[in-house]
Design a protein around this ligand. Structure first.
Ligand code: PMP
Length: 336
């Protein structure tokens, strides 16, 4: 038997090795944890019994997240990054289709396809705003809305999110970048039991290396989610580090402020080419991916409808200075 004949045909996603240079390609925060905080946390980790399984459900962490979000702990469920919660969420409901708005975060279609769900693509309009869903939803749908949207950076109008919720379909609202936009729609959880808000500690909290995401939704949904998750899926070290990080929300706020100031500085320099952003990245209409890469600056090359553009993560001030100088040289060069 040839194994290749038995393997299902599935188009995965690409992610090359990390090269030397300045990394402005993955929407990470540029700020690592200060050494004194790391030492303090690592000291506590020494006491952790690695021979024991972690708690079945990380309740202490969920309580800290609930306090941060402002809801009850029963409405929170933690996962291995918000990425890993997506396939679980797609398993929760009987649905005929997943509604996506290209161009948006690619993992929605990746997991929907992996689950064999039908995908209905309704593109964002010319201002990257979500469409009206009302006339296209005769099927039982899961609607994925990303706000602020990756890769365009804009927030979606609250009225239209409410319109999607009023259609009585399931709405997954991805707020991975919400801390950089300061306006959330998480309060809608109290009114709509068809809403799930997806969040992560990978962006503003700066814990991309740990893989902690969470979702917020009705108690009923979270109970069901807990029934289908793999046991002990959250490792004990990540849980403990994430728990401790909630002691440093002031530092996180300061880092967010620095990133927002830097984002606005970059935007002002390139406002003829850049799209306004409420995230920690900016979409820029300059075909400068190779140019920057050859100069050691790694940004995200866009494709499809955004072909010829780049998505640039906001870095540290000195990294942004280099980016700005190189992009200015690129623009000068293209005028000649
Ligand atoms: N949602 C959006 C919109 C994202 O851009 C990302 C990561 N790039 C994620 C979710 C996943 O984040 P994580 O798995 O690190 O929590």
């Amino acid at each position: 038997m040839k194994i290749a004949d038995r393997l299902k045909n599935f188009e995965g996603y690409g992610c090359g090795p990390r090269e030397e240079g300045i990394h402005l390609d993955k929407n990470e925060t540029p700020f690592g944890l200060p050494n004194d905080i790391k030492d303090d946390i690592f000291e506590e980790l020494r006491e952790t019994q690695l021979n024991r399984y972690p708690p079945l459900i990380p309740e202490t962490l969920e309580k800290k997240i609930a306090d941060y979000v402002g809801c009850s702990t029963e409405k929170i469920s933690v996962g291995n990054g918000s990425d890993a919660l997506l396939p679980l969420l797609f398993e929760l409901f009987d649905a005929d289709q997943v509604v996506l708005n290209p161009t948006t975060f690619s993992m929605y279609s990746f997991y929907a396809k992996r689950k064999g769900l039908e995908i209905n693509e309704i593109p964002l309009d010319e201002n990257f705003v979500i469409p009206s869903y009302l006339d296209v939803l005769e099927k039982r749908s899961i609607i994925c809305i990303c706000s602020p949207n990756n890769p365009t950076g804009n927030r979606q109008p609250r009225d239209q999110i409410i319109e999607a919720l009023e259609s009585e379909n399931i709405v997954i609202l991805d707020e991975a970048y919400v801390e950089f936009s300061r306006e959330s729609n998480i309060d809608l959880i109290e009114k709509y039991d068809n809403l799930i808000v997806l969040r992560t500690l990978s962006k503003a909290f700066g814990l991309a290396g740990l893989r902690i995401g969470y979702c917020v939704g009705s108690v009923e949904m979270m109970e069901y989610l807990n029934k289908i998750r793999s046991p002990f899926s959250q490792d004990i070290l990540s849980i403990k580090i994430a728990e401790r990080l909630f002691e440093y929300t002031e530092m996180i706020e300061n880092n967010v402020k620095k990133i927002v100031d830097e984002r606005d500085r970059i935007f002002k320099r390139f406002k003829d080419h850049a799209y306004p952003s409420q995230s920690n990245f900016i979409l820029i209409d300059l075909d400068a991916y190779e140019y920057l890469r050859d100069r050691g600056i790694h940004v995200r090359k866009m494709g499809g409808r955004l072909e010829g553009m780049i998505r640039v993560t906001v870095g540290k001030e000195e990294e942004n200075d280099e980016l700005i100088s190189e992009l200015e040289r690129f623009i000068e060069g293209s005028k000649r």
